[in-house]
Ligand binder design. Structure first.
Ligand code: FES
Length: 578
């Protein structure tokens, strides 16, 4: 428990310190971008920037954030039992993260040393003038571009991993991509344009006076120091500090690697718990390891989009031995399991600590963070036990013939938005919109029981959303909108199908055809929802007061047993045997 709390605290420290560093970098990039306007505006902004970051209480915030961020990253590195299972983005972020403290301290120390020793800012005009005289612009420009790119890419990857779990993130991707790329590009342009301005104005006498006014390093006579004097200050003060810091940095990295090696050896000796996977793989782990760590050690592809922090639910795993033998889920895990309506034998692999042998079946394979929202891969196709939902607006074609195209699109978009929301919040995958029809798949990853429950839940929500839509459009419609929904469960081929940009995950097979025909049967039966018996069986629920019927379905050798429901919004399923 203490471990879990410590882990959450470390994650929070990493997040907050990372955000502070990103805010600092963002301000820095805005400052550099102002070079596109003029070097004076760069200097002016720097004054405001310095007022904020050098205010009492904030002065040490940035160095402290870098230190805490590095320590939190070091803790995560030492704490992780296996480096297997890291995605490419995580590896890039990790390597960049290792170099960042070094680069950031070196860069920040220039401004801080100047300010602490002279009480004056290192203005851009002065800095550009100095590197122009020393002919060092190319070196600084390349160094600065690489350093900023490393810091910014590291931060953006971290933010992306954090935000990709937010439901609204995918909708705002264009905004976030622009925010990630544009400041970097404009800051590079700003530095180049600002430098060029200083070069062009160097023969202007009034400009030379400005440079003298802005020079932080003055000699005893109050004149700008010569290159030799500056070099002496650098040799006497800056370089020894920088040298000690670089040494301390590399020593910390070496000590970290040695500590990790020793810890791994101790862990290996203590590994007396056997974890068996449904595919036949076996691995031994030490007591207290999680199932996710065991998967990584065994080299099993196991999804963990939130990085093992108990937030995303993608590491969900079926426990094949007695689930009662495990410690019950803590409150955070319980909340996530409840959210996905997990069966009692489903647990979050990142949260279950092992103390005895166990057999498990990870439910989701590893995917990139952006695949977190209902975007499964199934590149090669798989036969999966799923529940299919088909829905259609009744009489809408006729209604649309009497309306302006704008009206039709307006009503349809509202309908799709509400129905799509009902399906996605219930855990379904929105396969496609066909005209005014909808096809959705449930249980691709969560299994047939959860999928069937989610599909029934989605149908109820769709009925409720339709009532919301009808009251919203009361003044616009001659009569309320009506829908028909069909649900059927069984094996279907699920795969990534299509061509070029039109590739998408979809399902084909008899189950799909029957579900579609049950939606059509709503019309003949005069009801809003038709659910096949297979769905109820898988979900282990029954519909009291709903009379079972057999319906003939084209293409099916025998009649299908179904439950026709007049109004989905008022349906109250009851768990069998309760
Ligand atoms: S990895 Fe996200 S909940 Fe376990």
């Amino acid at each position: 428990m203490i471990n879990a709390k410590l882990n959450s605290a470390i994650i929070l420290v990493r997040l907050v310190s990372g955000l502070i560093i990103m805010v600092y970098c963002f301000g820095h990039m805005i400052n550099h971008s102002l070079g596109i306007i003029s070097v004076e505006s760069m200097d002016k902004f720097l004054e405001y920037f310095a007022i904020f970051w050098r205010a009492p209480g904030i002065y040490y915030l940035m160095p402290l954030s870098i230190l805490l961020h590095a320590l939190a990253a070091l803790f995560t590195f030492l704490h992780r039992r296996s480096m297997r299972g890291l995605t490419k983005a995580e590896i890039i972020q990790f390597v960049l993260g290792l170099l960042l403290p070094l680069l950031l301290f070196m860069h920040i120390s220039y401004g801080r040393v100047t300010y602490d020793m002279t009480g004056r800012l290192g203005y851009y005009s002065y800095f550009f003038d100095t590197i122009e005289k020393d002919n060092q612009f190319t070196f600084f420009f390349i160094f600065y571009s690489i350093m900023l790119a490393m810091v910014w890419v590291h931060g953006c990857l971290g933010l992306h991993r954090w935000l990709s779990l937010k439901p609204w993130y995918n909708r705002l991707w264009l905004f976030f991509y622009t925010l990630a790329i544009m400041p970097y590009i404009t800051s590079m342009i700003g530095v180049a344009v600002g430098y060029r301005e200083v070069v062009l104005r160097k023969f202007d006498s009034s400009w030379s006076n400005t440079i003298i006014e802005k020079t932080p390093w003055l000699d005893t006579a109050g004149l700008p120091m010569s290159s030799e004097q500056l070099k002496k200050i650098s040799d006497d003060f800056v370089m020894p500090v920088a040298g000690r810091f670089i040494l301390a940095f590399f020593l910390s990295v070496i000590i970290g690697v040695i500590l990790r090696f020793i810890w791994l050896q101790i862990e290996k000796r203590r590994s007396n718990i056997e974890v068996s996977f449904s595919g036949g793989e076996k691995v031994n782990v030490s007591p207290g390891s999680t199932i996710l760590e065991a998967s990584r050690l065994a080299g099993i592809s196991h999804a963990a989009i939130c990085g093992g922090n108990g937030r995303c639910s993608t590491c969900r795993t079926r426990i094949l031995t007695d689930p009662e033998s495990l410690r019950p889920p803590a409150s955070e895990e319980s909340k996530v399991l409840h959210r996905i309506s997990a069966a009692p034998n489903i647990r979050l692999a990142c949260q279950v600590k092992l103390h005895q042998n166990i057999q498990v079946h990870p439910l989701l394979k590893q995917a990139s963070p952006s695949d977190g929202h209902q975007r499964p891969t199934y590149a090669d196709g798989e036969e999966v036990d799923v529940t299919l939902l088909f829905a259609d607006l009744r009489g809408f074609t006729q209604m649309s013939n009497q309306r302006l195209p704008f009206d039709v699109v307006f009503i349809l978009n509202q309908y799709f938005e509400l129905m799509g929301e009902a399906i996605e919040t219930s855990g379904g995958y929105l396969d496609k919109f066909i005209g005014d029809g909808i096809m959705a798949i449930f249980g691709m990853h969560s299994g047939s029981e959860i999928g069937a429950k989610q599909a029934i839940g989605a149908a109820i929500k769709m009925g409720q959303q339709l009532e919301v839509l009808n009251s919203r459009l009361e003044d616009e419609l001659d009569r309320p909108l009506e829908i028909g929904i069909g649900l059927h469960r069984g094996n279907a081929i699920v795969g990534n199908m299509g061509y070029g940009d039109a590739m998408a995950v979809t399902a084909i097979g008899d189950t799909v055809n029957v579900a579609s025909r049950l939606e059509g049967a709503c019309k003949t039966l005069g009801v809003q929802l038709v659910v096949s018996e297979e769905v109820l069986q898988a979900a282990s629920v029954e519909f009291p007061d709903v009379i079972q019927k057999d319906v003939e379905v084209r293409g099916s050798a025998k009649p299908i047993s179904v439950f026709p429901v007049d109004n989905a919004s008022t349906l109250k399923p009851v768990v069998v045997g309760v």
